[in-house]
Design a protein around this ligand. Structure first.
Ligand code: ADP
Length: 154
């Protein structure tokens, strides 16, 4: 059976840290579906159409990676796309505590979906979308942390 994982997130914006987790995930899974969550309660810096466009461009030549947007529970999205796994990245112990709670809750509400954690590369351990947003807001240049498809004019 094909091993399909959903990599859920906000990707506001996609960083090289996310790209690294996806590449590592491809050594474990046959296909990865990047699920861009759309939460009406959450304020994003970039509209979903732009976040989606950047991710699609970044993975346009990687046939085993797909990009989709979704509303609602991640486990429901997994069922819809026939994914048996949720892929999440871990940078540090704070990520671990946070992710553990989400994974436990997802396991409680859905029996057949396993969360798989992948450790980030050492060089991306301090990188986050929120730091990138801060750099952009303050007129800095975040290019070295972002995929080629995402261009900013500081
Ligand atoms: P969310 O809004 O769900 O936190 P993010 O887009 O911030 O979504 O993150 C999606 C996933 O990518 C999470 O599993 C997060 O831990 C992981 N991640 C984010 N940045 C990095 C990084 N620099 N290295 C490894 N994993 C990362």
């Amino acid at each position: 059976m094909e091993r399909i994982a959903v990599f859920p997130g906000s990707f506001d914006p996609l960083t090289l840290g996310h790209v690294d987790i996806i590449k590592r995930g491809l050594s474990v899974f046959d296909r990865i579906i990047i699920g861009i969550g759309n939460n009406a309660e959450k304020k994003y810096m970039f509209p979903i159409s732009e976040r989606e466009k950047w991710i699609k461009k970044t993975f346009e030549n990687v046939s085993r990676v797909e990009v989709k947007t979704y509303h609602g529970l991640t486990v429901d999205f997994c069922k819809k796309v026939n994914a048996g796994f949720i892929l999440r990245g871990l940078r540090n112990s704070a990520d671990f505590e946070f992710e553990k709670a989400i994974a436990h809750m997802n396991a409680a509400i859905s029996e057949n979906i396993e969360t798989v954690f992948v450790l980030s590369d050492l060089k991306f351990g301090a990188l986050s979308s929120s730091i990138i947003r801060d750099i952009i807001r303050n007129g800095g240049n975040p290019s070295e942390f972002l995929p080629e498809a995402i261009k900013f004019q500081p």
